[in-house]
Design a protein around this ligand. Structure first.
Ligand code: ARG
Length: 462
């Protein structure tokens, strides 16, 4: 039975089932470091302001330091029946230093305390995800630099459409990730507000110095409204939205890895260290890493939905429902970091098969648009050129041959505009080289994109 020591109000001890139900220590112990940092900044400010005696503030700081030290040494035991990490740290402090510990919670509530701790956690974790995303971008850019001339089919509707290069395709992945990094940074900048001083909901009557606490903890701004300071979980929702979009991207990349590693595509093979076998079929090499990345997107989207649902009906300010924010956010960050850190080396160690990609790009009339464009350059309106080429493709389909396999005579039966230079225009390399428009697959266009992406990453290394 847990002693119910809430201010002497309750006449009975807390039912142990309620204690278990209510307790969050099992998961919010992950906020231990943030809780210590927040409490230290708060105590130092209370001492500097003379709200508590400077000696008491010093005793608190030394006590927090000692608890932190024991934590690092693995000596701190979190009692499973403690209500949460905040109550535990305060109780532990008081047990160690005596009465001074009882002064720590002056001018503070667990409502602004948890808002602070959780924000600090989210700010750090957003930075970690940005870094891991940049690592994956780095892997992709190195591959791009090696495959500027590796021709492969580009798809729409998963039907072979127009020739591109592997560099162009992987740079598209990198561009998705570049947006993710900027989104994570934007979310981080918006979350960068110190809520401490909001109290339970209505601030405090003590002459606290919110600015010094903000500066000590490295925040950019103060939260401007005490009610919002404790009621807001937008920073967590935004983080989960950003993480969900990262997972959409990883999942789409993973899906392509699965396809490309299939016998049907054969564009690449997984390194043995990143492939798994079958318990029955000795020949199998399975892309489990890519599949799990694709699959784990579900739990991250689930966390976003869970927290949106928790928050949507809550009256201001704090409600206990909000304790449900943590597991969703912790799990989402853990999952995304795990996925990024496994997916990157898996992609890095893929062996690509340029000859298979090129062969695949040369079947399926991927140069049909270029054939129409050839006629347009000779003066035919595009819609007519499109019709001529369509008829040519139909003709080829009956004979099972490629456009460039038709004789000039046959071509000229459909349009007298065809001349001997058509064969150059229809070659895969010409089709790729010709698309030198900014953002296109031509090697110089992709190179320019890669330079921009490298610049983006360079700015973040500084
Ligand atoms: N464990 C609580 C949470 O995670 C801390 C805040 C409790 N505040 C309160 N008024 N009961 O939300």
């Amino acid at each position: 039975m847990k002693i119910n020591n809430w201010s002497g109000l309750m006449a009975k001890d807390l039912d142990s089932r309620v204690n278990d139900f209510n307790s969050s220590i099992a998961f919010d112990k992950r906020l231990f470091r943030q809780d210590i940092a927040g409490s230290a900044a708060h105590a130092a400010m209370l001492g500097a302001r003379g709200i508590i005696a400077p000696e008491e503030a010093d005793a608190i700081l030394r006590g927090l330091e000692a608890i932190s030290h024991d934590f690092s040494a693995g000596l701190l035991v979190f009692p499973p029946d403690a209500e949460d990490v905040h109550m535990f740290v305060e109780a532990e402090l008081t047990a160690r230093i005596g009465d001074a510990g009882k002064r720590l919670h002056t001018a503070r509530s667990r409502n602004d305390q948890v808002a602070l701790d959780f924000r600090l956690y989210v700010l750090t974790a957003l930075g970690e995800v940005s870094d891991a995303t940049l690592e994956l971008m780095d892997v992709l850019l190195s591959l791009c630099e090696r495959h500027l001339n590796t021709v492969m089919p580009g798809y729409t509707h998963l039907q072979r459409a127009q020739p591109i290069t592997l560099a162009h395709h992987l740079a598209a992945w990198a561009e998705m990730l570049r947006r993710d990094v900027t989104r994570l940074e934007d979310a981080r900048a918006r979350a960068d507000e110190c809520p401490l001083g909001s109290g339970a909901l209505a601030g405090t009557t003590y002459p606290i110095d919110r600015d010094s606490v903000k500066a000590a903890l490295g925040f950019a701004r103060l939260s401007p409204n005490s009610l919002d300071g404790v009621a807001d979980r937008d920073f967590a929702l935004e983080a989960l939205s950003c993480l969900s979009i990262v997972m959409v991207h990883l999942s789409r990349m993973a899906e392509e890895v699965v396809l490309w590693c299939s016998h049907e595509f054969g564009f690449c093979s997984l390194d043995d260290a990143y492939s798994t076998g079958s318990s029955i079929m000795p020949q199998k090499k399975n892309p489990d890493v890519a599949e799990l990345v694709r699959g784990k997107s579900g739990r991250v989207f689930g966390s976003l939905m869970a927290l949106l649902t928790v928050m949507k009906g809550l009256p201001l300010a704090y409600n206990k429902d909000m304790q449900e924010d943590k597991e969703a956010v912790f799990d989402a960050f853990d999952t995304v970091l795990l996925c990024l850190r496994t997916f990157a080396p898996m992609v890095e160690t893929l062996s690509f098969h340029p000859e298979v990609m090129r062969a695949s790009a040369s079947l399926g009339y991927l140069n049909a648009t270029d054939c129409a464009d050839y006629l347009v350059k000779k003066g035919l309106p595009f819609r007519e050129a499109y019709g001529v080429t369509g008829r040519l493709v139909r003709h080829c389909l009956t004979g099972g041959c490629a456009l460039e396999a038709l004789s000039l005579e046959t071509l000229r039966q459909l349009s007298p505009l065809f001349e001997a230079d058509v064969y150059d225009a229809l070659s895969l390399d010409a089709c790729v080289r010709g698309r030198a428009v900014s953002g296109g697959p031509a090697p110089e266009a992709v190179s320019a994109h890669l330079t921009a992406l490298r610049g983006f990453m360079e700015e973040r290394r500084r």
